[in-house]
Write a protein that binds this ligand. Structure first.
Ligand code: HPA
Length: 235
């Protein structure tokens, strides 16, 4: 049973899938954190792996960048492979005052300039929110680990290279913490399909044009974020 974008056997994915944008990050996470890791998808090099963490089955798969790419993979995972929990693991541009590089942001809600949720919701404004049980587990684990974590709204943009000079000021005024490119789409899909979703993000740059992280800082940030995510979702 393959899908147009995933060639894997039925049951190849665990109930919970971590979703980084970069497929090489998926490979890194599987190798570094999973035992018995097995590669379950290579179509378009969008690598997917299933293995175990603390004895429990878990998967990780790249999604590519942006809502359309992310939703192709997330929809097929839910619809064809029975996945029930989608946890995006990614980076974001920090918008809120006081955010520092490497801080973690947990997307309680996601504003967007994408039309995907209006398409799902007859043109109305859908409040794209994370699933509370998943969100609560991650927030509780962060508190237990004394990890700097901000929980709130993000903005999922279709444009990485946005040009509106007022955007950052407007978002800050409305309490938006950070900008990324997938959460709002993932949350709409999860709502429609009755599954859980959340997005945990590491601040990789500061907007409008502040500092950004080196590759090594990004990797260290990723390790901390994955450790937090895995401890939170595995009982
Ligand atoms: N914009 C959108 N997505 C991002 C950014 C950004 O500045 N940084 C990391 N992901």
């Amino acid at each position: 049973m393959s899908t147009p974008h995933i060639e894997a056997d039925p049951g190849a994915f665990a109930d919970t899938v971590l979703l980084p944008g970069d497929p090489l990050r998926a490979a890194y996470i599987a190798e570094r954190f999973f035992s018995e890791a097995e590669c379950v998808n290579t179509v378009r090099n969008m690598l997917g792996f299933t293995g175990r963490f603390r004895g429990q089955r878990i998967s990780v798969m790249g999604t590519g960048m942006g809502i359309p790419s992310c939703l192709i993979y997330a929809t097929e995972l839910v619809q064809h492979y029975g996945v029930r929990r989608l946890l995006r693991i990614g980076t974001c541009g920090g918008v809120a005052e006081g955010l520092a590089l490497g801080d973690l942001v947990l997307a309680l809600g996601a504003c967007t300039d994408s039309a995907v949720n209006r398409q799902r919701f007859a043109g109305l404004d859908f409040a794209a929110t994370a699933s509370w049980p998943l969100l609560a587990r991650i927030a509780a684990e962060a508190a237990a680990q004394h990890c700097r974590l901000k929980v709130g709204n993000v903005f999922s943009s279709d444009l990485f290279y946005a040009t509106d000079p007022d955007a950052t000021v407007r978002m800050r005024r409305m309490g938006v913490l950070a900008v990324e490119m997938e959460a709002a789409g993932l949350y709409g899909l999860a709502a429609e399909r009755g599954v859980e979703a959340a997005a945990l993000l590491s601040v990789s740059d500061l907007l409008p044009d502040g500092a950004s992280m080196s590759a090594e800082q990004r990797r260290a940030g990723l390790d901390r974020m994955v450790e937090l995510a895995l401890s939170a979702i595995i009982e």
